[in-house]
Design a protein around this ligand. Structure first.
Ligand SMILES: *[C@@H]1O[C@H](CO)[C@@H](O)[C@H](O)[C@H]1NC(C)=O
Ligand SMILES: *[C@@H]1O[C@H](CO)[C@@H](O)[C@H](O)[C@H]1NC(C)=O
Ligand SMILES: *[C@@H]1O[C@H](CO)[C@@H](O)[C@H](O)[C@H]1NC(C)=O
Ligand SMILES: *[C@@H]1O[C@H](CO)[C@@H](O)[C@H](O)[C@H]1NC(C)=O
Length: 224
């Protein structure tokens, strides 16, 4: 694991980072969207994910629902949406990210494989990729708590711990910390999926404040 290099810890608040892609795609309002055609899959990476004890535990748990990332977002979002649009393909996101949602606790566990095309100049996975996964994963976890089940990221604060090496499989974990009215606070983290007896490396942890703007309810009244 000599690829890994600890970086200076820093926190960056990304205000309204997710607004662009969370804001009402027309297809979502109509409640239907097409299933994306997957153009490339790294089968080896997918096998490793599916064979991991974490995956198998979740897959076998009756109170946990599995979904593929491509099914949970409307295609209109795909150009922004990770793992589905520009970031999906050989050397990029190499599997269709798998999300498990625990129906009882609301906890979200996601699996992603990051190809070697997602690196920054230093040869490690770009922090922007880490931020995007955390933003989406934490929002996904918080939506269910909002009155209209829709919201925007008001504040995403990320602590970067280590950059992932290229060709890493990473696990996202997210859990709602508090939910009150139109505001939900979600905490989560991203770490590498340990294969065999390797230990997991913590990549980043984050806190997301998800809000539902007051006017969102009018969309519900209008049946949007
Ligand atoms: C799956 O895991 C088991 C042990 O956990 C191992 O023996 C087997 O080779 C693995 N299979 C694949 C395809 O990685
Ligand atoms: C399934 O998940 C629930 C909630 O997290 C947990 O309490 C339970 O022990 C899990 N069941 C199994 C069989 O792992
Ligand atoms: C966002 O959250 C961070 C950490 O909790 C905080 O320091 C920052 O002031 C917040 N920014 C805004 C605009 O609320
Ligand atoms: C990662 O997040 C999950 C869900 O919030 C939490 O249960 C777990 O303790 C966190 N792990 C670390 C190392 O912070």
């Amino acid at each position: 694991m000599s690829f890994l290099k600890p970086i200076t810890r820093f926190t960056t608040p990304l205000v309204a980072f997710g607004v662009g892609f969370m804001l009402f795609p027309a297809e979502w309002r109509r409640g239907r969207w097409n299933t994306r055609q997957i153009s490339f899959i790294n089968e080896n990476a997918m096998n490793k994910i599916q064979n991991s004890s974490l995956y198998r535990e979740l897959d076998q748990n009756e109170s946990v629902t599995k979904s593929y990332n491509s099914e949970t977002f409307p295609s209109q979002h795909k150009k922004n949406h990770i793992g589905s649009g520009i970031l999906f393909g050989p050397d990029l996101f190499e599997v269709d990210p798998v999300l498990f949602i625990n129906d009882k606790t609301g906890e979200v566990t996601g699996f992603y494989h990051l190809g070697k095309g997602l690196i920054s100049q230093d040869g490690l996975i770009h922090n922007g990729v880490t931020s995007t996964i955390l933003d989406e994963g934490l929002c996904r976890c918080g939506f269910a708590q909002l009155p209209s089940k829709k919201g925007v990221t008001a504040n995403l604060s990320i602590n970067f711990h280590n950059q992932a090496p290229p060709d890493s499989t990473v696990v996202l974990r997210a859990q709602v910390e508090s939910a009150k009215g139109r505001k939900v606070v979600i905490k989560g983290n991203l770490s590498t999926l340990p294969i065999d007896d390797e230990s997991s490396i913590e990549i980043a942890s984050a806190t997301c404040i998800l809000v539902e703007p007051k006017w969102f309810k009018y969309l519900a009244w209008l049946g949007i």
